[in-house]
Design a binder for this molecule. Sequence first.
Ligand SMILES: [Cu+2]
Length: 199
Amino acid sequence: MKLRKKAKNLDSTERQNLTAAIKALKSASPISSIEAVAKTGKTNVYDQLVMVHAGAMAHAHQGPAFLPWHRQYLLNMEQQLEAQNNSVALPYWDWAEDSLLTDPKTAPVWSENLMGGNGVPQPSPDTSLPVESGPFKRGSWTLADGKSALVRALGASRWPPHLSSPTEVATCLSQSTYSTFRPYLEGGDGSSESGGMHN
Ligand SMILES: [Cu+2]
């Protein structure tokens, strides 16, 4: 496995390589050697990955499998990206650091040469908030569910209600058992107010 860098520290070439590799998965021949993946019926690797995640909602979330399942899933995704460009490694988003920004919506991860910006309000009655900047903007990216544009509403979700602060991360990491650490991280412990920390 390669070094996974903080997303904001990727240089412009690394950003270009990453986003190009993600986009290349949209036209990569679908995986046929794994029955559960092939059964998604999707015709490119990216959409297969989307459907594998969607199909695991009941098993890979809100329970003990959350961390190990996603660790393996991200490794599989990273290997698919490597197959497109061997220099690419998955970066990570240090959202606790960005929680300290005056406006976290301006975080580098949402820049034009990485994930693109927030969804843009449309004339009524369209409330979809399509992304209109960056590599995945409307017209440059298709969705596995057939919708015409990626949509994004930064800060609108109550789960989690805000980006985790460094203090919350420290408290999470100080949990002494997996059975308290996992729900603190993920949420889903039965309390509607327990949004957890993952985005
Ligand atoms: Cu997930």
